[in-house]
Design a protein around this ligand. Structure first.
Ligand code: ATP
Length: 263
């Protein structure tokens, strides 16, 4: 599928990001564009600066130079919370879920619904029924209702199911962008399949996704565009249908240079 949003204002954009760690330049005038409704994969060799880029976009790192724009408006995040509040939801490899809490509790962690009226307002009584109903609705929208019991503690779920909860949570709360860092790295074949399907379903709902992955078959299967990062900057972006996986790896490692058009 062709990315729908290319040519429109990027949902999330970075221009000339620089991040130095002493003498190491992790980001060397890096640019980034994510368009509405697309799955953008970010690939690059170890140490190329992918994590630094993602951290800058998600508020976990403050760049030394450069600009970040959300819906065309310059933003500067001083913490991941600020980025999240602005609509940038990040699902990390090490998931920020509380294992002992239920699925519904995890989905509403920090955003609990209270009972209407004085019970909720003054006595802070949680509206469990409403949370469970909303959680169930969201999971079923995303095709995740193989999870039978919304009250079941998250520690009883598989890795793929946990990713599902984290993504559902990210997709529920007014997010504009979902960033997923190596979502399938720790998963088996079947579970990976489910997570890839989930990413496609999130796109169907209109949310653009940034997918950081070392898994070329996964990237080539689901990405609309691929941002290739090398030596702290964006080398080029390609469409999977125009190039082979071998080409992408060759660009990544520097074995081959992209055409002027891709660069
Ligand atoms: N906190 C830090 N302190 C010092 N150097 C750092 C720090 N974080 C990253 N770097 C350096 O910055 C460069 C880019 O690292 P980054 O983690 O962004 O790359 P990456 O593409 O995500 O790599 P990988 O695929 O291996 O995770 C590397 O040379 C790394 O050693």
């Amino acid at each position: 599928m062709d990315p729908k949003g290319v040519g429109m204002t990027p949902v999330l954009q970075a221009k000339g990001l620089v991040k130095r760690y002493g003498r190491v330049v992790a980001l060397n005038h890096a640019d980034f564009d994510l368009y509405p409704g697309e799955i953008l994969a970010v690939i690059g060799d170890n140490g190329a600066g992918k994590s630094s880029l993602i951290k800058a976009l998600s508020g976990a790192l403050v760049p030394d130079e450069g600009e970040i724009l959300l819906d065309g408006v310059p933003v500067s995040f001083r913490s991941p919370q600020e980025a999240q509040d602005a609509g940038i939801a990040t699902v990390y490899q090490t998931l920020a879920l509380s294992p002992a809490l239920s699925i519904a509790d995890n989905m509403f962690l920090g955003r609990e619904l209270r009972k209407p009226g004085p019970l909720g307002r003054y006595f802070r009584v949680l509206d469990r029924a409403a949370m469970e109903q909303k959680a169930r609705g969201m999971l079923s929208d995303l095709g995740l209702l193989t999870i039978q019991n919304i009250r079941q503690p998250v520690e009883t779920l598989s890795g793929g199911q946990r990713q599902g909860i984290a993504v559902a949570r990210a997709a529920t709360f007014g997010s504009k962008v979902v960033i997923m860092d190596e979502p399938t790295a720790a998963l088996g074949v079947k579970e990976s399949r489910r997570v890839l399907d989930l990413i496609l379903r999130v796109r169907e709902r209109g949310l653009p996704i940034v997918l950081i992955s070392h898994n070329m078959p996964h990237v080539f299967e689901i990405a609309d565009r691929i941002h290739i990062h090398r030596l702290g900057q964006r080398l080029c972006t390609i469409r999977p249908k125009d190039y082979s996986m071998a080409d992408a790896v060759a660009f990544m490692t520097g074995a081959k240079e992209p055409t002027a058009q891709a660069a």
